[in-house]
Ligand binder design. Sequence first.
Ligand SMILES: [Zn+2]
Length: 139
Amino acid sequence: MITISNDDLNVIKGHVKKAYPYECCGLLIGKEKEGNKEVVETCLLTNLNKERANDRYEVDPKEYMKIDQDAGKKKLSIIGIYHSHPDHPSRPSEFDASRAWEGYSYMIIAIANGSEFEIKSWVFNESEKIFKEEEIKNG
Ligand SMILES: [Zn+2]
């Protein structure tokens, strides 16, 4: 389960809407305890993939490292990644599975027609090589 506030969800939705019809991505920063994650803040990232920005995202490793360090200073860590699926369902693609890490939450924000949202969160099971949906709690 992952808990996220409406404020953080609205920040993410704003980012997704602004990037539409292109895909955007960001990091979920927070705490994890016994499999329960809590988002404390979100961090927008630059999508490095310019060629296929409508259906792929690529994280800048330098940007990622900097955010990871800053989170550590606040005793927080990166608990997941969010990205958008413009005019596509909020289920992970094969491409998403090919680069997924176990332990992270993958929040996917489907946006249709530039304004209708559907948000789901997924965790990757490394041994079965599949994503499983995880509950999102508004907190
Ligand atoms: Zn995707």
